[in-house]
Design a protein around this ligand. Structure first.
Ligand code: GLY
Ligand code: MN
Ligand code: MN
Length: 471
């Protein structure tokens, strides 16, 4: 059963069963794993937020109905609990797969109504040595597991064994999800392509409307993004879109508000769609009227140069931190060159980096894993080197920090590359740069060679952006 209309990108047969088998192998023969999907979340009175399945659950089932649980036994047996067929509820809420159809549709061995969860779960846990579930991700899950284990213990006099260990399933699933398979890469390329088209649409709308003398506000551009996402079958935004005109771009988590978009100001848009469950994540910063002015151009070129350095460092064998370090080097040198950092105070390049003098203007990291979640799961520490902790003092805060060797990039990992600069007014800052906020964000698939940038359907070079906006 495919939850979304994807005629040209169907999941290969057996994809989810193969993922479940890999989980089973990680549990050991006597373990068992439990994975609930996400709850429905009330918005107000009897209205819910739009439903979004749990990413772990979806990764293992492709099933997007609420009120469902998956159990995977270490010997490979899989059991689904799902909403029962209900003619009355299906009139109001829509089609339900139901437990009778679930084994054939989803490839699980058995399926029951979720109403039977409390009755059946203790028997599934009985005589297992360990129960695995995602820790600290579902409110109340630990207490429910404890309740089921209590029911198992009540039967120990009858000879049942109760699992003695509880393990976090997140580590197993995070490691699997960190490496995208061919099906996932296909969906992520589509999410990236639609997201890029949406940025092009918003840029062109901005320039066209301003040329026509029409007032433009941030929410107009937000509407253009949403239109393009839905037009191409995306579920919607993968996260709350940022559409920030002028000084609003210096607020990192700004949303699309009602601020007028002025022709001589920059607009920063950070937006990506969710397509078949997978996120795109793109930021572009462009002149609302279509032409970069002097200081905007200088700062933009600096961020772009830092992104190019980061992309060059995004390849198999490099570390996750390498693109960030490359970014910081280019940005810091540029801030010194432009006089935004004062060399007399900050010192030379290496001193300025060591003292994190760039931090008032660049306060976030250069990327994150991307996948089903926009800030996707996966350890940022290289697992084989996790014990190599180094303690030091952060020069900027004076606080002790412990760091471990960062993750070695491998083919199939997907991450963003998103340097930026945010210049707030300040007495030591040249006024020409005040209130400029610039970020350039692309999505990158790690390969053996150059990173595959999936989001360049929307350009980054100044002359290409200006040409696009002149159309
Ligand atoms: N939009 C979230 C991020 O770029 O990380
Ligand atoms: Mn991002
Ligand atoms: Mn983003």
């Amino acid at each position: 059963m495919t939850p979304f209309a994807l005629p040209d990108l169907p999941a290969p047969a057996g994809l989810y069963a193969e993922r479940r088998a890999r989980v089973a192998a990680a549990l050991g023969p006597d373990g068992i794993a439990l994975v609930p999907t996400a709850p429905e979340r009330p918005r107000n009175r009897d209205s819910d937020h739009p439903y979004r399945h749990d990413s772990y659950f979806f990764y293992l089932t492709g099933f997007s109905e609420p009120n469902a649980w998956l159990a995977i036994a270490g010997d490979g047996g899989t059991t689904l609990f799902c909403q029962p067929k209900d003619a009355e509820r299906e009139i109001w809420d829509g089609y339900r797969l139901g437990p009778d159809a679930a084994p054939a549709a989803l490839g699980v061995d058995a399926a029951h109504s979720v109403a039977e969860l409390d009755a059946k779960l203790p028997r599934l846990l009985e005589n297992r040595d360990a129960v695995w579930f995602p820790f600290a991700t579902h409110a109340g899950l630990e207490a429910r597991v404890a309740g089921w284990l209590g029911a198992v213990r009540a039967r120990t006099r009858a000879g049942a064994l109760c699992p003695e260990a509880q393990h976090d399933l997140c580590g197993v699933l995070d490691e699997m999800r960190l490496f995208k398979d061919g099906h996932e890469l296909g969906l992520m390329r589509r999410a990236a392509q639609i997201s890029a088209q949406a940025h092009v649409r918003a840029m062109q709308a901005s320039a066209r409307w301003l040329r026509d003398g029409r007032p433009v506000r941030e929410y107009h551009l937000d509407a253009e993004l949403l239109h393009e996402f839905r037009l191409h079958g995306a579920e919607g935004p993968a996260y709350t879109s940022i559409v920030a005109a002028g000084a609003n771009a210096c607020v990192l988590h700004y949303r699309a508000g009602a601020t007028p978009v002025l022709p001589d100001e920059l607009v920063l848009i950070d937006a990506g769609c969710e397509y078949a469950g997978y996120a795109g994540d793109i930021t572009r910063t462009f002149p609302a009227g279509g032409r970069f002015a002097g200081p905007q151009r200088d700062l933009y070129q600096l961020v772009l140069a830092s992104q190019e350095a980061a992309i060059a460092a995004t390849r198999a064998g490099q570390r996750f931190n390498d693109p960030h370090d490359a970014t910081v080097r280019v940005l810091t040198q540029g801030l010194l060159d432009l006089g935004i950092l004062d060399a007399a105070t900050a010192g030379g390049l290496d001193d300025a980096i060591a003292q994190r003098a760039y931090a008032p203007f660049y306060m976030h990291r250069t990327g994150h894993w991307l996948g089903l979640d926009v800030h996707d799961c996966g350890s940022y520490v290289e697992p084989s080197e996790a014990r190599q902790a180094v303690a030091r003092t952060d020069p900027a805060t004076g606080q002790p920090v412990v760091s471990r060797p960062s993750r070695i990039l491998r083919p199939g990992m997907v991450l963003t590359v998103e340097p930026g600069l945010y210049v707030r007014p300040g007495p030591a800052v040249p006024e020409a740069f005040w209130n400029l906020g610039i970020r350039i964000e692309d999505d990158a698939v790690v390969t053996e060679g150059d990173a595959e940038l999936t989001t360049r359907g929307v350009p980054v070079r100044i002359e290409e952006i200006e040409a696009l906006m002149a159309e």
